[in-house]
Design a protein around this ligand. Sequence first.
Ligand SMILES: [Fe+2]
Length: 384
Amino acid sequence: MPDFFEFQVRPRVQYRQGLVDELSLELAQRAERRICIVADAGVQRAGLVDRVVQGIRSSAEVVAIFCDVPANSSVWAVERGAALAQQAKADLILAIGGGSPIDTAKCIRMLLSHGGRLRDYEGYNTLTQPLVPMIAIPTTAGTGSEVTPFAVIRDEDAQLKMTFASPFLTPDLAILDPEMTSGLPAHLAAATGMDALTHAIEAFASREANPISDALALQAIDIISNNLRAATHTPADLQARGQMLIGSAIAGMAFASAMLGVVHAVAHAVGGTFPLHHGLLNSILLPHGMRFNCSTVPNRYSRIARAMGVNAGGRAEEDVIEDGVQAVCALAADCGLILRLRELEVPQDALPALAEVALTDAAIFTNPRDASAEDLVALLRTAW
Ligand SMILES: [Fe+2]
């Protein structure tokens, strides 16, 4: 455990099937009356924006709907959305979607509250004042962005991802309604779910892991490992889809405090270079990251294995840990996910450069084991 840790208990979290249809009850209790909705085109096409608007009824006015958020959100999208919200005099931001619309909405409220350009706020703790209130309604069970103080936005000019981190960015309310994820196709349910599992496992093994994040991370591993198969293969199983939303939010709370590790560092490097799904990359890299770390903190990985359902009774610790790694591999395989980087057409000769990029990623600093460029090339080769 680190000498110092910080844990923020911030967003209210509500869960129920069909909860979005009763948004008017929540809004009637709030002072804000002018809502700006932030979503993306896919969410809008799926009818989810209309459904939320219907749930608002006459409790408040929807003064702007911004659905031009790209798959990896951009500076343009944030600044365009903020201008729209400002013109419409919005006093509440309501995000509907996966990580990209929710992160965009977080940054829109930053500009709406304090003005300026997005680049002015890049980095950690650049905010000193609360922001315009925000409600987040996730439509994927993976990023946990609805409960975290982080946003990642792509700077399309510099071809870089910018990170924003501040307690003020955390949404005020996260509404977890499994009906909002029921249209998510199997391959995305699987990949986003493996992202959530990676958040929980990396948070539990992190140098910054603390007693509060540990409790959350283990519960998230348990929930996700028991529900991801059903949530993937049976979209109509709202019980399993709901459990994944809960598991993903809990994993988000864990890594918001404990941070991440080598798997995310490498996934960020690969995903920043090639347009590949973040959750899928984590899923491929996770077993290799676990094997890289487990000799440094074996007790952590044997507890992860037990949370994955491995029976530890009287067995050698290294066998239990390896069974935990195998349980992660089996989960990804059972959910139909690709298991090797070569199948994504990542060229083998790109691996050394990717390792160099990963070494500069913030997630590497909380990994339990120090990693060199050679270590990361070796990890990438085993995942290739
Ligand atoms: Fe992630």
